[in-house]
Design a protein around this ligand. Structure first.
Ligand code: F0G
Length: 458
């Protein structure tokens, strides 16, 4: 008999989590104004709010923490990180930041001005926020198929190169750089193919523009290239990663994802002039250029995480767990963005809660229902997250209205996955009785989803 697949690690340290009653959850959810971000984590049984900073560090990462050099300037840990980034990703210049959005803030301060247009494959919300905050435009050029959750494509996170070429032809003077997000988080953790990366590079070269990679889940992207793209099946993850970044000028990284640390990020670039310009902003916003908001021990753990995060066995364990949740949902008939993403399953809330009007936020409603059902916390990727249009101030209703169930790295077992799937099945089975959603009672103008207060519609 064939041996079943099993994790490529064993567990050395555990953290207790607690079940709760439905009654308790009803009260906690109401007290949190139906915003899942406002729940205490102690009130959550299985936390799928994000895969960001929620992974389990390895014994080697923890041992690296003990070796951190906490010097203000020129710390050994910085040079360790810089060397690792050079070796694995191929960038010469490195600026640590405390997390991904901080890297965006620093880099965009150096690159973006009012009126600019930044084309990309579904900008992540903080990326869009940092662009729009500078009165520039985040222009989405993702392939149209990404908006059809039932369309099964190997590289559903791709740029539509035709759309991109048109934008460049029309707005070349307004485009400071082209953005590539790997994997495409907003479209469902969907990967970008090497062919697409090459195509983006060719268009950028034609217009002499730099390419910036938002690289939070670059290693998961490389796994999909290895397992799905012709010609890459015999290449190692590291070889694929090197080739991916050969098409980039600069990258921002939220290390809380594929570098498997709880906090951290960086900017890396091949261009000395940009590095020097960004240094100024880094010193102002983050910290001196050799620590940028990170302690030495954290830079050490990050460097070790880059090694572990780009190992095939680790990635296979990780992505197969996400697939396992997808397979369970297939069994129960629950519709989600197909195929399963690298870091999460994105449940198609419009298809599940057909009776809840868009204006009443079906994905948020589904998220609240799942929490009430089993203490499982996901996150809305829909109209609340999309914010209002900065000019018309109207709510934006994106094509996709999803409940994201992000799986933390090396954290939960497949028994947890089964609880998640069963809870979702229970909500799905009573979907026709859910006809009302929520209305917003308080919100901020940018990234409102983090702090929004909601009320049930009666
Ligand atoms: N870019 C992408 C693609 C991301 O997914 C994130 C964060 C960031 C940038 C910002 O990084 O959080 O370190 O400041 N995504 C998290 C998520 C928050 O839940 O998807 P950060």
């Amino acid at each position: 008999m064939n041996l079943p697949f099993a994790e490529s690690y064993k567990i050395k340290m555990v953290e207790p989590i607690r079940r709760s009653t439905r009654e308790e959850r009803e009260k906690w959810m109401k007290d949190a104004n139906y915003n899942l971000f406002k729940l205490k984590s102690d009130y959550v049984f299985i936390d799928l709010l994000t895969d960001s900073g929620t992974g389990a560090m390895s014994d080697k990462q923890w041992s690296e923490m003990m070796l951190g050099d906490e010097s203000y300037a020129g710390a050994r840990s910085y040079f360790n990180l810089k060397e690792t980034i050079k070796n694995i990703l191929g960038f010469e210049y490195v600026l640590p930041t405390h997390q991904g959005r901080a890297a965006e803030n620093v880099l965009f301060s150096a690159l973006i001005k009012e009126g600019d247009i930044i084309p990309g494959n579904s900008h992540f919300d903080t990326t869009k926020g940092h662009i729009e905050f500078r009165k520039a435009i985040a222009l989405d050029v993702t392939i149209d198929e990404a908006k059809d959750t039932q369309c099964e494509l190997p590289f559903k996170g791709n740029h539509d190169l035709k759309k991109l070429a048109e934008v460049m032809a029309k707005h070349r003077d307004k485009v400071p750089f082209i953005l590539v997000t790997v994997t495409n988080n907003t479209a469902g953790g969907q990967p970008v193919s090497m062919e697409c990366l090459k195509g983006v590079r060719a268009i950028a070269d034609q217009y002499q523009k730099p390419v910036v990679f938002d690289s939070a889940r670059f290693a998961e992207n490389a796994y999909f290239i290895k397992t799905r793209e012709k010609g890459y099946e015999n290449k190692t993850i590291r070889e694929i990663v090197k080739e991916m970044f050969s098409y980039a000028d600069t990258m921002t990284m939220s290390a809380k994802k594929d570098a498997i640390v709880n906090m951290g990020g960086f900017i890396a670039t091949k261009h000395q002039d940009l590095y020097e310009k960004a240094c100024m902003y880094n010193i102002m916003f983050e910290g001196y250029v050799t620590y940028g908001g990170m302690s030495g021990r954290d830079m050490n753990a990050l460097a070790q995480g880059l090694h572990e995060g780009t190992e095939f066995d680790y990635l296979e364990t990780r992505i197969k767990q996400v697939e396992y949740l997808g397979k369970k949902l297939d069994e129960y008939g629950v519709p989600y963005q197909r195929p399963a993403g690298g870091h999460a399953i994105f449940v198609d809330a419009k298809k599940v809660l057909e009776h809840v009007p868009r204006e009443q936020f079906p994905a948020q409603t589904l998220g609240v229902e799942l929490y009430l059902e089993a203490g499982v916390r996901g996150v809305e990727i829909g109209a609340i997250l999309a914010d209002r249009d900065p000019i018309t101030k109207e709510n934006r209703f994106p094509e996709l209205e999803l409940l994201r169930l992000a799986i933390p790295r090396r954290t939960y077992t497949n028994n947890h996955i089964e609880v998640i799937a069963a809870a979702l099945k229970n909500v799905y089975d009573r979907r026709n009785s859910i006809t009302k959603g929520f209305k917003i009672v308080k919100e901020q103008p940018i990234m409102r989803h983090f702090t929004v207060d909601l009320e049930r519609v009666n």
